[in-house]
Design a protein around this ligand. Structure first.
Ligand code: HEC
Length: 248
């Protein structure tokens, strides 16, 4: 009898000792998932701001466009807050510090991309300057990934830019997304025994995209790439995020 009690006691003590750890792992898994979703939303918000200013950026008659890193920052924070109800300007207490740091880093690298492009953006006499949501997004994501343990990437099954080529995991998910209806929610998965989070947020072609990605297939677009012959609503690619559980 006493032996049984001892076993039971040891067992429950074990549970008590174990449970905080399980709880912690779950919290950080939740936190990481939220961080990945917010990073994808932030990168998308930046792409949208570039898109909204595209005709200004491409205006050949204007020199100084006033599309400075500060103007970009105000617009992207406004857009992010509109989409998430999180206002990063007021350092929201609801976000864990590590998530706030990652978002601050993505803001910094996004502003750097806008700063680096100032000379090109402010050229008079040139229309298309290759400063578009896709080039902005690739560069901001690449700079961000080089400075953190989180990897963000814009990818597609048949990418224009080979830096955007999918890895094996991304390829499998893109093939799966391509067979699903438009506006599929992001695919969120823990892989490698729960130690790595992968999030794939699908991007779909809208009418605006088809001036470059549409028909006639194979004919060069304004950016110098052959058009894909894509249709409205087809899967264009995804924003892919990769976060290891323990090393952020
Ligand atoms: C002005 C032409 C143009 C328009 C309009 C355009 N794109 Fe692209 N897209 C490009 C170029 C150029 C690249 C390669 C960017 C780079 O160098 O990383 C690209 C890359 C991409 C990529 C990354 C994978 C790859 O092929 O390298 C995705 C995804 C993408 N575009 C989706 C879209 C979507 C969705 C839209 C509309 C919302 C859109 N594009 C509008 C020119 C365009």
């Amino acid at each position: 009898m006493s032996y049984l009690i001892r076993i039971l006691l040891r067992f429950s003590l074990g549970l008590v000792l174990c449970s905080p750890q399980v709880g912690l792992a779950q919290t950080s898994q939740q936190e990481i998932k939220q961080a990945a979703e917010l990073l994808a939303t932030f990168l998308n918000a930046g792409r949208l701001v570039v898109e909204q200013n595209q005709s200004l950026i491409n205006d050949p008659r204007k020199g100084d466009k006033g599309f400075t890193p500060e103007v970009f920052e105000r617009a992207v924070l406004e857009e992010f807050s509109r989409q998430t109800h999180i206002d990063l300007r007021t350092s929201p207490p609801s976000l864990p510090p590590s998530t706030r740091e990652l978002l601050a880093l993505l803001l910094r690298t996004s502003k750097e991309v806008v700063a680096d492009a100032q000379f090109v953006i402010n050229q008079r006499g040139i229309g298309y300057k290759n400063f578009i949501p896709a080039t902005f997004g690739s560069q901001a994501a690449r700079k961000f990934s080089a400075r953190s343990n989180v990897t963000i990437k814009q990818t597609a099954l048949d990418p224009r830019n080979l830096h955007n080529a999918p890895d094996a995991y991304e390829r499998t998910v893109l093939l799966r997304l391509a067979t699903q209806p438009m506006t599929s929610p992001p695919i969120i998965e823990w892989i490698d025994g729960g130690t790595t989070l992968r999030v794939m947020t699908p991007l779909y072609y809208s009418e605006d995209c088809l001036t470059c990605h549409g028909s006639p297939k194979g004919i060069l677009d304004i950016s110098g790439y052959p058009r894909e012959g894509a249709q409205v609503g087809a899967l264009a690619g995804a924003i892919s995020i990769h976060i290891p559980l323990d090393r952020r």
